[in-house]
Design a protein around this ligand. Structure first.
Ligand code: ZN
Length: 191
């Protein structure tokens, strides 16, 4: 059995037993917020449960490191669509302690790529095209700085509605304890 066959077998039973009824929700988030957080496995459920949210309460955007890497990339687009098309009225940026993107060994990752068949000349070719692979893979040095950076990028975005509060949090992936980094109700700018 493969993971995929397990999924498809399980799914037949799930649907037949109407287990989906426990997850009934609408496209509009009940708590009217977008949460941007990390794809870390420890946060799969903890990222919402530790904040008191249930299924249907939020738009959740996850990526490696809870990073907004580009003002016109998919994470920023998800935030804007959440606000302008799907009823979100607040944004929560939540990094976490002990994040893999905070101490990623970029050279090691590139060595692993090479060992799995990626021709190292590709790194040079991309460099000539303006893509520095090491920079592309790099995460951040400090999770608190990363959350601040994300919030500033959102506030500076020309398509962002400045009346929408953006909150900054850092979660402990073991206990779920939160550190408040930025209260979007009291400060709608960040330096
Ligand atoms: Zn992480």
């Amino acid at each position: 059995m493969t993971l995929l066959s397990d999924i498809l077998t399980y799914n037949k039973t799930f649907v037949a037993n109407k287990e989906y009824e426990a997850y009934t929700a609408t496209k509009v988030p009940a708590k009217k917020a977008v949460l941007v957080t990390c794809m870390d496995t420890r946060l799969q459920d903890l990222s919402t449960k530790a904040l008191g949210f249930n299924n249907g309460d939020l738009k959740v955007v996850k990526n490696a490191g809870a990073m907004i890497t580009h003002p016109y990339g998919s994470t920023m687009r998800s935030i804007l669509v959440g606000i302008y098309a799907l009823g979100a009225e607040e944004v929560i940026i939540m990094g976490h302690k002990d994040c893999g993107m905070g101490n990623i060994d970029v050279e090691k990752v590139m060595c692993t790529m090479a060992s799995r068949g990626i021709d190292t000349k590709v790194f040079d070719l991309l460099q000539y095209s303006g893509i520095d692979v090491a920079h592309f893979l790099k995460g951040f040095d400090d999770v608190y700085d990363n959350v601040h950076h994300n919030i500033k990028l959102i506030y500076d975005h020309p398509l962002f509605d400045q009346n929408v509060p953006v909150h900054g949090l850092v979660i402990d992936p073991h206990t779920g304890e939160l550190d408040l980094i930025h209260d979007g109700y009291t400060h709608n700018q960040i330096n």
